[in-house]
Write a protein that binds this ligand. Structure first.
Ligand code: ADQ
Length: 455
């Protein structure tokens, strides 16, 4: 059996400092790394001079991290990854910053990773690189003479060709992907937009078996949607902490229906539009006031980037305006919370919520939608309202699908969800639940690694 080497910007394998599992991806990859005696490489999150990777083996899994100089963090992570690629790949050309220094920093850090990781790779290792931070890494490793099987998975959308061509040197970025043997996207839609680029910009051809040839090099590109660790999440939903949270939520709701949103505070998640949709609901259905409330949990992320500071300030103002306009002496329409919670607490919150409101403007997948479905009471499930522009909408098509830009669409869906019979709720929930159990995170990992292993 080959070893598996995972490389991503940050490592979320458990360590002595942080022993708990940190989300589905960590759980799935950790299990695979343990079985395959592998290593997970990434940035430590610290700034400092880059020296040899720091190895740590905890509970059978080895992680290896490097520090990065401050300038590299600014140009590679804050810069090219989060100010250029993230907004562009989420269709936000207006928020995209094009700085040559960012691109330089991005390529420099990818070379640095190659330099530090390269010597630790054995000839038979399977290498799996993750996400937009690391696109050129495969190419860097090939330059170093590596002939291993190399895979890449993109967790975010692939943008339409005409958007992508706004990126200076877009072709250089895409060409780097051809150093991999297998590349994976979350959905068929992103795979097809990638095909479009390859055909129209590179003169490549797509074969019946899904492989792609450009200039004599053939690679395999697949759609492979990520799932959650359904079994772990379902078990978590009946843990003591979840049950206590559920009780606390029901008590504090005093008979009102809870609508819940849980997101990183990010402009791609459509929070402003969601608040506007909720406001439209309150405005147009005065009789519904005081019988619902929205709990939005949104811990800040990427706070050093201006566009994230801006969205945070806008949401602070908007949530204040909504509460100012609609609150009563014994009712607050919007509880807006800016910090994270342990997964079992989230599970209890999801279960207490009559509606899961998941309305990103664009999202590679969106795991919150899947977690909401997993946490429901099988006898009396709530309703998922889901953006059609989330990758998850292709699998969770029994949700109430909405256009997240339309406040009326969101308001109508809230009304419909609150009035929905138990029978219809069950009929919608059951196939979604089956999907998240069948196509869970282990299924995703096996699909990808089977291709990577040459199947
Ligand atoms: P994200 O954009 O981070 O992921 P998402 O898929 O929703 O988005 O995952 C977020 C995770 O963080 C979920 O597991 C959620 O429970 C957790 N989380 C969010 N808010 C939290 C809070 N307040 N407290 C605790 N936990 C919280 C990127 C892509 C997605 C893709 C994933 C995985 O943008 O489209 O689904 O990677 O590929």
């Amino acid at each position: 059996m080959s070893r598996l080497i995972v490389i991503s910007n940050r490592v979320s394998a458990p360590t002595a400092d942080q022993p708990g599992a940190q989300g589905g991806l960590a759980v799935a990859l950790t299990a695979a790394l343990r079985e395959a005696d592998g290593i997970w490489f990434g940035w430590s999150g610290e700034t400092g001079e880059t020296v040899a990777p720091k190895f740590e083996t905890y509970d059978g899994v080895t992680s290896a991290t490097i520090d990065l100089p401050e300038q590299d963090v600014e140009e590679y992570y804050d810069g090219y990854a989060n100010r250029t690629l993230w907004p562009l790949f989420h269709y936000r050309l207006g928020l995209t910053e094009f700085e040559r220094d960012f691109q330089g920093g991005y390529e420099r850090v990818n070379r640095l990773f190659g330099e530090f990781i390269g010597p630790h790779i054995l000839p038979d290792d399977l290498i799996w690189v993750h996400d937009y931070h690391m696109i050129p890494l495969g190419w860097v490793l090939r330059q170093r003479g590596l002939t291993n099987r190399l895979g890449f998975f993109l967790h975010i959308p692939w943008p339409p060709t005409r958007l992508l061509t706004a990126l200076p040197d877009h072709r250089r970025l895409v060409e780097a992907l051809f150093a991999y043997d297998v590349i994976g996207f979350q959905t068929q839609e992103w795979l097809e937009t990638f095909h479009d680029y390859v055909v129209t910009q590179m003169g490549g051809s797509i074969h019946d078996d899904g492989s792609i040839t450009v200039g004599g090099r053939t690679i395999c590109a697949i759609a492979c949607p990520i799932g959650i660790d359904a079994r772990e999440f379902i078990a978590g939903a009946s843990s003591p902490q979840a049950v206590a949270t559920h009780r606390r939520m029901i008590e504090s709701s005093i008979g009102r229906s809870l609508i819940v949103g849980v997101d990183r505070l990010d402009y791609s998640k459509g929070l402003e539009e969601r608040f506007n949709g909720y406001q439209r609901y309150l405005e147009t259905r005065p009789e519904a006031r005081a019988v619902v409330y929205l709990l939005q949990i949104a811990p800040p992320s990427r706070a050093s980037v201006q566009s994230y500071q801006d969205i945070r300030a806008q949401l602070d103002a908007l949530s204040g305006r909504i509460n100012g306009a609609f609150a009563d002496i014994d009712w607050v329409p919007l509880r807006y919370v800016n910090h994270g919670y342990p997964r079992d607490v989230l599970a209890g919150v999801y279960r207490a919520a009559r509606i899961g409101l998941v309305t990103p403007l664009r999202d590679g997948m969106n795991l919150v939608a899947k977690e909401y479905v997993a946490a429901q009471d099988p006898e009396n499930p709530g309703v998922l309202i889901l953006s059609r522009f989330a990758g998850a909408a292709t699998q969770l098509d029994q949700a109430l699908l909405v256009n997240p830009y339309s406040p009326d669409d969101i308001a109508d869906a809230i009304e419909r969800a609150l009035a929905m019979s138990r029978e219809e709720r069950l009929a919608r929930w059951k196939p979604m639940f089956a999907n998240i159990c069948n196509e869970d995170v282990n299924w995703w990992r096996e699909q990808f690694t089977a291709r990577l292993g040459g199947a």
